[in-house]
Design a binder for this molecule. Sequence first.
Ligand code: GLU
Length: 373
Amino acid sequence: MVDRKQVKQSRRWVIKIGSSLLTDNGRGLDVAAIERWVSQIDVLMKNGIEVILVSSGAVAAGMSRLGWAHRPDTVRELQAAAAVGQMGLVQTYEQAFQAYGIHTAQVLVDHDDLSNRKRYLNAQSTLKTLLQLGVVPVVNENDTVVTDEIRFGDNDTLAALVANLLEADLLVLLTDQQGMYDSDPRNNSEARLIDGVPASSSTLDDMAGDGGKLGRGGMVTKVRAARLAARSGANTVIVGGRIDDVLVSLHQGKDLGSLLLSDQRPQAARKRWLAGQLQSRGELVLDDGAVKVLTSSGKSLLPVGVVSCKGAFTRGDMVVCKSLSGKEVARGLVNYSASETQKILGQSSENVESLLGYKNEEELIHRDNLVLV
Ligand code: GLU
């Protein structure tokens, strides 16, 4: 049996619920099932776990609201159905969470939002703030303007990108199967659940088979999602969403579903990922105090510690941080553009708002987005 200690110790979970689980045999949303997951999420939160929900089901819910018996062929009709269904989806979550006094927030994003550096930082700041407020973000793809998940993923990839964005420890992909099998259980009675395998393992590719109907949300996209999540150190569990008390049982360390492991420690993985992401677009020169704070206490970089800046960077770009003697000490994603940085460098964070007329974050580079070199 695979040791589930890592799952048990995970503190930030991204939970993705697939379309097939959310609809009541084509008769609209399965409200009772949603209420069961919500009551389990309440238990997780009472145990100190932060939860981000990634929910599909907008297309399916929209189809039933519009009285469509079959999934339409055109992407524009799918998008229209998603726009209609999203209303019902968020209403249902909102109501279900209200019973536990938990607020929810609707977050519609797309893959570009999570790779464009500026939007990446904006999404990260908002989602982290929501988590600090004890709110459960309910994330879906913005299906009106993009079609990646409608066509291929049923939100598997999106959920992994959200796990990267928030440095989640665990990605839970709830599905209508028990987990991922080493061969098709419909043809092979000997088929066994895969468990405790590194997400990077190439054996998973053979086992994932084809993507199922239309290639949407099959095991192929789930393996891919697990690999993406592993980049920032998150483990992934693919597990049956209809198993009684599935989420609470996972938290208790029960051996359910398929655990695909990240072979890197979250911190190291995160930093490597960040470092490999981008070329630097500029340079900040730090005073001795700031260099010391960064290198010895792992804190964020504040504008007050910056002496000068070079380059034409914008918010979200990677910049190099150097000491007064020109030695590179760190790299990170900067919260303010070069022209904004010119105005606030050397200043205390309290003055940022009066100098710029607005304030994003206190830090010039947040410690989560900073890599020491
Ligand atoms: N974002 C879509 C949804 O929530 C993806 C699922 C699908 O294509 O059915 O409905």
